[in-house]
Design a protein around this ligand. Structure first.
Ligand SMILES: *Cc1c(COP(=O)(O)O)cnc(C)c1O
Length: 373
């Protein structure tokens, strides 16, 4: 898919403050897939060829034998936790900087979040702090591959004092891999999102994947209320299927754009915009930096936005949550710093033509150098 649908959606030329095409991009493949479901009576079925085909493709792509479609990534995370057996009164370990819904998913089950710091300067859980967080009550570890930074699940597993199920949150990185093995196949179970802004999008939706059939059947059982309480429809599946075919090639376009933009921005703004080494074969829903500036982050972001650069703040993190709601391991300074300093470039920018990406780089340079003087 090339980003050709943008004028049709945008309805006009792009202004300086609107450099980036809207997301998702309609493609002929998506239109055809949707049309064929509309033309059949299959769009009235709860499950049918589209949902089955989507499951098969997801299982194939992410190297898992079993799957369950769901209505969102948030629910997919909760179903994954329930699938590995998390129950009321248990503890679940997660990073103190993560998607807010992950904390809530643990609470929704009646379990207690246990917060572990993120690695210094990064956005993913600090593996060295994991062992001390494990207690008798720990029934899962929820780890997110976040902002394009991939976590080594094998190292997570090896760091644990006893076997604990690992739930892999892949909502931000569909199609990423480590040493050729897809993210989503490392943990005991994984969660994906097909939300409106995500790399794979049906506006809403999610999926749970596992190689352990009993994990999926427990998750499925929770959603069974005579009917599936958290479903994904045939029409949603139809728009997702062609996107899966294009995921690898689009991910590689985004990866190249990231490497190029990070290098170009780092050249002039490297003392103010800090980021760790870029991993290969990642997937980029958000491209992150840590902002080091005397000028407040909101001001910097609004100036960047005025230059047409699509940036925003990161997550608020959980380091300041009360002790009533969670158990904290250590002082969580790195997570608080991530919450205070993160700025994120939204992914549609990465598929834009070179000229637009250069404008974004210039926007960064203009704003960051103005902060010095
Ligand atoms: C988006 C996201 C989710 C939740 O997905 P939704 O489909 O929006 O509910 C979960 N975890 C992470 C890391 C996400 O980025």
């Amino acid at each position: 898919m090339t980003p050709t649908g943008k004028l049709a959606i945008n309805g006009g030329p792009k202004s300086v403050t609107n450099l980036i095409s809207p997301w998702p991009i309609a493609s002929d493949a998506v239109r055809q897939s949707l049309q064929s479901v509309v033309d059949s009576n299959a769009w009235g079925l709860y499950d049918g060829d589209s949902t089955y085909a989507l499951q098969v493709k997801l299982q194939d792509l992410f190297d898992c034998a079993h799957s369950l479609l769901s209505c969102s990534g948030t629910v997919a995370v909760e179903l994954a936790l329930r699938g590995v057996g998390v129950k009321r009164g248990d503890e679940v370990i997660l990073a103190a900087y993560d998607f807010p819904g992950n904390f809530r998913a643990i609470e929704a089950i009646g379990a207690m979040p246990v917060l572990v710091d993120v690695a210094e300067g990064g956005w993913i859980i600090d593996i060295e702090n994991l062992a001390t967080a494990v207690s008798e009550k720990t029934s899962a570890i929820l780890v997110s591959h976040l902002h394009g930074q991939l976590i080594d699940i094998t190292a997570v597993r090896e760091s644990l004092p006893r076997p604990v199920p690992i739930v892999e949150d892949c909502c931000q990185v569909p199609g990423a891999s480590i040493d050729g093995k897809p993210c989503g196949s490392f943990g005991g179970v994984s969660a994906f999102s097909f939300g409106g802004s995500k790399l794979l999008s049906a506006g809403r939706g999610g999926a749970v994947l596992s190689n352990d059939e009993s994990v999926i059947s427990r998750a499925k059982h929770f959603g069974s209320r005579g009917n599936d309480a958290f479903p994904l429809s045939q029409l949603q599946a139809a728009v997702l299927i062609p996107q899966l075919d294009e995921l690898e090639s689009l991910n590689s376009v985004r990866q190249s754009a990231v490497e190029e933009m990070v290098a170009a921005i780092g050249k002039d703004c490297g003392s103010q915009l800090i980021r760790p080494k870029t991993q290969k074969q990642s997937a980029w829903y958000k491209l992150p930096w840590r902002l080091r500036s005397n000028v407040g982050r909101e001001v910097v972001i609004s100036r960047l936005k005025a230059e047409g650069v699509p940036v925003d703040v990161g997550f608020r993190g959980f380091a300041k949550r009360t002790a009533r709601r969670c158990r904290k391991i250590g002082d969580l300074v790195n997570a608080q710093q991530a919450a205070d300093e993160t700025i994120l470039l939204h992914h549609p920018a990465l598929l834009e033509p070179a000229e637009t990406r250069e404008q974004i780089v210039s926007g960064f340079k203009k704003v960051m150098t103005s902060l010095d003087g």
